[in-house]
Design a protein around this ligand. Structure first.
Ligand SMILES: *Cc1c(COP(=O)(O)O)cnc(C)c1O
Length: 356
């Protein structure tokens, strides 16, 4: 049976990308060696990193005064590397979910942290809009897509201080204006690559301004100066990321990704909004195009486990909601075809017909 992969992360990758990766695991570059057993400094691996960086710059229109680097440690390591490198006295954070809160917690070890606004009291069902960013903050940190709660900031904010964004779960899902950001980072395992690589896009002039000692490995400048090769980078995830970047380019770039993502999200949100049985959890104006969260209305709540079973039998994978929201979450990342969303919508309609 065909599986429809709605996993939140690690998550679906284009079939072609998986195939190219499998080929390279057996024989990289026609060399007779697996990509798993070559040096990261091999002559034929450097072009992989170079092309990945070049495609990041091309697809996101990244200006020349920014660097792109690939590190290990996940987005979670960035929660402490960001303040280590940028927080001298004070930083501002927008609290829109668990990941935002975790980032804020780490920063508190480095200086004053101002929470400009929070939607915690509403279980993060919306993104706060009325707040003031302190003009004397060293930076303002946001999470553009809240993977767990299904809310997303779809505009590039104006900020009087450098804007730093965790884009783990919506990078490459729409065109962005990189010049509005001081730094963008994310774990690759939602919309780009398998787990193990973290991407960082940083404006060069922001570095080297804090007075503290920064351990070599935690200093962005180290990795910029060494082209992500200061130590052994995650070779295989970078290779797969490159295949995804080529796939995005061949499929019309981020503008086309956005079009497809809008179509997929509309299809599923319309089904939810027109259903007698299901209801969305996020405020409509802040709904995510990447993670679509919904539950059953109170009178049908007792049927949630039955629907899970029904959907699983029809090939739906990964639609169980995060424990802090409950219900269901369908992640509709770039690689998910609209046919899979249609299959889920059909499955919801069929279940409703049988049970409502
Ligand atoms: C998944 C996720 C993280 C955590 O990523 P790791 O790479 O596991 O550390 C952080 N932020 C957001 C928005 C995420 O979706």
């Amino acid at each position: 049976m065909k599986k429809h992969n709605f996993n939140a992360g690690p998550s679906i990758l284009p079939q072609e990308v998986i195939k190219k990766t499998a080929e390279a695991v057996l024989d990289f570059d026609g060399d007779g060696l697996s990509i798993l057993e070559i040096s990261h400094r091999a002559k034929n691996f450097q072009p992989v990193v170079d092309e990945a960086v070049a495609l990041f710059k091309e697809l996101l229109n990244i200006p020349d005064n920014y660097s792109v680097i690939f590190l290990g440690g996940g987005a979670s390591l960035q929660f402490c590397m960001v303040p280590f490198n940028f927080l001298e006295t004070k930083a501002a954070y927008l609290n829109t979910g668990v990941w935002a809160k975790k980032a804020m917690k780490e920063a508190k070890g480095f200086g004053d942290v101002v929470e400009v606004a929070s939607s915690a009291d509403a279980n993060y069902t919306f993104i706060p809009k009325d707040y003031t960013i302190p003009a004397d903050a060293d930076y303002f940190h946001i999470t553009t897509n809240n993977t767990i709660y299904g809310t997303e900031l779809l505009e590039d904010l104006e900020s009087p201080v450098p804007l730093i964004a965790d884009m783990s779960s919506d990078i490459f899902s729409r065109p962005i204006d990189v010049t509005k950001y001081g730094m963008i980072y994310g774990g690759a395992q939602k919309n780009l690559a398998p787990a193990g690589v973290t991407f960082i896009i940083v404006r060069n002039d922001l570095l080297g301004k804090v007075s503290r000692y920064i351990p070599t490995m935690l200093n962005y400048q180290t990795h910029i100066d060494n082209g992500s090769m200061f130590n052994t980078p995650p070779v295989l995830p970078i290779f797969t990321a490159l295949q995804t970047l080529r796939w995005i380019k061949a499929n019309g770039g981020v503008a086309e990704m956005e079009k497809r993502n809008i179509a997929k999200a509309e299809l599923l949100y319309n089904a939810i909004d027109n259903s007698k049985m299901f209801v969305g959890t996020a405020n409509k104006e802040d709904r995510s195009r990447m993670n679509i969260c919904f539950v059953m209305k109170d009178e049908y709540k007792h049927l949630e486990a039955d629907f899970m079973k029904f959907a699983t039998e029809k090939g739906m994978v990964g639609i169980k909601g995060h424990r802090s929201v409950g219900g269901f979450r369908a992640s509709t990342y770039n690689a998910l075809p609209i046919e899979s969303v249609q299959a889920l919508v059909d499955c919801m309609a069929e279940f409703e017909k049988q049970n409502a």
